[in-house]
Design a binder for this molecule. Structure first.
Ligand code: SF4
Length: 432
């Protein structure tokens, strides 16, 4: 790289608590987990996503949980136990990445629960890596800043590639061509991050270049556009809506029924957690504190990075841009104000309204069975649907035992088609 950058070393030293470890990352969303693992490797820490989930995941997840947990917990536990069962697994060297958060639901219990299960089955030596803003990501030591920034960039880039995939795949004339371009884009992203420059600006330039290369490849995919294809917004609980194993690959099934999906992705949740941090600091009267300054700088930097990474696809995404989190709050306000309700229910409801206003012909909320966020959102959706011209909104709950999904999706698509024909809110440009 010849742009005069300083090539600072970001690699951890031998004294770092992650030195010599291998970090396993739960595969919430395929490409995102791979890109996130590449950020660890960029910092000199071996890392890998958990292997693709399968029936054994469910079996092991059920065996080591007691049935009260949410479905994502079961899938994550199942996949971590599969890692343990891999030949040559070294407990002392291994770390399981399990983020945590405050909030109104059970997510904050995932990491302690995982620790207990590991101890119970004799793998208490496996460490759980659970970085949190509460202790300034102390687990990551001196690489916490480059890790957080690189991780954000990786997740944004992977979500942009996924969005491009969902916009092309329903129209491809050669089956599999969009998936191939997406997978090549993720591989390019991972190798670029892992082997890339350690300087912030230089890393961003390299990721933007990946996006340009991918955008060119997506543009070359042979497609036959059909403006009668219904656009379905997909919201709901973050793990279940992104994890294709948990949701039985619902988006691909939707496409097989002749739909295009608009999926809410990971960056939306991260910006929500940022907004919550600001809200809490204000509640504590910390308007002019160092914490507030740091949070605002992080927000500014993340937005700037997101803008740069999305820019190569700007023209393609015209009319279907992702909203700022405060815009989502405004859409949610008549139903669930964000200062009165917390968590994903606010995002699901606000985004559902935003999508209805921006051309969606139907909304699907994907949630795990018994998920509090899904249940509250479902109670609100009839009013929202009425306010938006009767747009069909349907909750799909998952617990690994779905049997009627195909039939239900078929019926739902009929509703979306008939809404499309008579809807009062006209579709925005799909950016073609
Ligand atoms: S959002 Fe729902 S599924 Fe996810 S942890 Fe919370 S309650 Fe469980």
């Amino acid at each position: 790289m010849s742009n005069g950058c300083r090539h600072l070393s970001r690699k951890i030293g031998p004294e770092h608590p992650l030195a010599g470890k291998i970090v396993y990352i739960p595969t919430m969303a395929d490409g995102s987990a791979e890109a996130f693992a590449a950020v660890f490797r960029w910092l000199g820490v071996d890392a890998s996503p958990t292997p693709p989930s399968d029936e054994l995941t469910r079996e092991l997840g059920s065996r080591y949980t007691n049935g009260d947990e949410c479905y994502p917990a079961k899938v994550i536990v199942g996949d971590f136990v599969r890692v343990i069962q891999q030949p040559g697994f070294d407990a002392k060297r291994s770390m399981f990445f399990m983020p945590t958060a405050d909030g109104p639901c059970r997510f904050g219990q995932y990491a302690p629960m995982l620790g207990k299960i590991l101890r119970d089955i004799g793998y208490g030596d496996v460490q759980i890596l659970s970085p949190t803003s509460k202790n300034s990501y102390a687990d990551l030591g001196e690489v916490s800043t480059p890790f957080m920034r690189g991780g954000w960039r990786a997740l944004v880039a992977a979500s942009v590639l996924r969005k491009a995939l969902h916009r092309k795949r329903p129209y491809e004339t050669i089956p599999g061509s969009s998936d191939k371009v997406y997978e090549e884009g993720i591989a390019d992203l991972c190798s670029t991050i892992e082997q890339g420059c350690s300087h912030n600006g230089c890393q961003l330039d390299a990721i933007v270049a990946v996006m340009r290369r991918s955008r060119e490849k997506f543009a070359r995919i042979a497609v036959r556009y059909d403006d009668s294809v219904p656009l379905i917004g997909v919201v709901g609980e973050i793990f279940c809506r992104l994890n294709t194993f948990s949701n039985e690959d619902l988006i691909r099934k939707l496409e097989s029924y002749g739909a295009q999906a608009w999926l809410s992705d990971i960056p939306e949740w991260i910006m929500y957690t940022n907004s919550e941090q600001l809200r809490k600091l204000k509640l504590q009267g910390q308007y002019w504190s160092m914490e507030m300054l740091k949070a605002r700088i992080r927000w500014y930097v993340q937005e700037r990075d997101e803008h740069a990474i999305t820019e190569p696809f700007k023209q393609d995404f015209a009319g279907s841009e992702e909203p700022d989190v405060y815009e989502v709050f405004e859409y949610a306000r008549p139903y669930l104000p964000n200062d009165g309700a917390l968590g994903e229910m606010v995002l699901s409801v606000g985004k559902a309204a935003y999508l209805a206003k921006h051309g969606a012909d139907g909304i699907i909320d994907i949630s795990p069975f018994t998920c509090m966020n899904g249940i509250v959102s479902e109670a609100v959706y009839p009013k929202l649907s009425k306010d938006y011209g009767g747009i069909p909104i349907r909750n799909f709950y998952f617990d690994g035992t779905q049997s009627e999904l195909d039939r239900d999706l078929g019926i739902y698509m009929e509703l979306a088609r008939s809404y499309r024909e008579k809807k009062p809110l006209h579709a925005a440009s799909r950016g073609r």
